[in-house]
Ligand binder design. Sequence first.
Ligand SMILES: *Cc1c(COP(=O)(O)O)cnc(C)c1O
Length: 382
Amino acid sequence: MHIETLLVRSGVGKDPSTGSITTPIYQSSTFQHPRLGESTGYDYSRTANPTRTALEDAIAALESGAEGYAFASGMAAIAAVFSLFKSGDHLIASEDLYGGTYRILSDVLENSGIQVSYVNTGDIEAVNAAVQSNTKAVFIETPTNPLMQVTDIAAVVDIAKSHRFLTIVDNTFMSPYHQRPIELGADIVVHSASKYIGGHNDVIAGLVVTRCSELGEKVKFYQNAIGAILGPQDSWLLLRGVKTLALRMEKHQENALEIARWLVEQTDVVEHVYYPGLETHPGYEIMKKQSSGFGGMLSFSVREEDLVPFLLEHLKLITFAESLGGVESLITFPARQTHADIPEEIRNAIGVTNRLLRFSVGIENANDLIQDLKEVFDAYRK
Ligand SMILES: *Cc1c(COP(=O)(O)O)cnc(C)c1O
């Protein structure tokens, strides 16, 4: 079946006892045992809950993986995956990472004896050069947050396979509608489902999908052992949100491309536009090869630092807020928000400067979004 169909049919027909089209919210912590030594398959909701199972089965199918697991947040999902590693192990990670992922690597994993090398994973030679005898995994985001650097997933997988370590991809920015890393050879996919999968800026959740059941069993062990599971109500919200993912992603992308092209023309105030759907973007050809689209995220740097607060205070429609991937357009100032935990020298070195803004383009009318930006730019120009 095609992805649009899989998306719409997520969680459908999971309740034979009533025929309910949608998966019901099984708001139950525990389940009655039929008799001694028997189980319905559900015993206690930390271990498994039917609403969560419907979501977990859906995301596994959407990402072409064997098993799916749902967590209380994207960070809880990533933490469960990082639990696979122990003191003495070495990991390679994209240098331009989501701030929370950088924080857990540098302040939690590195403190417990796990070594991490940060490299530009867009540069395959750099990935190769970072490999050590104790390397256990490479963790990539593509495109990265917020600089939209693109990594060739299949090329990284080749290196990982030849050295027998895992490839883990944070697929939050593209969603399974546009990009399915497991089909390109990755072993584990993680999502902040708070973003495009939920899609409505109304739920915090995380998902993990594994290529094989063996890895899935290990993730399931940590999901149950640590216990940061997604509740039934939030699982249902994701099942509801994901049904329209195809339509939403198409519109996010259409709007993002239109806005990126318009921003490129504002040369007096805008210095650079980072959107992988622009033919001038260095990752454009790789994106075309490994993804079916370019997504709805873009970043841009402005020429003058003063324009940043001016813009954030005067935009009327585009909302100044953290997060991304919802139907409403949001603008973020990474240096002060998502990337505040990254030291300034490192931020500047990788390009997350005090003049960079990240734009999660929503599904409003693109002309209204452009008009909002234009009015503020015009007021600043005066
Ligand atoms: C938001 C985000 C996360 C963290 O997810 P939460 O749901 O906020 O815990 C991880 N990776 C990326 C790329 C994100 O955008």
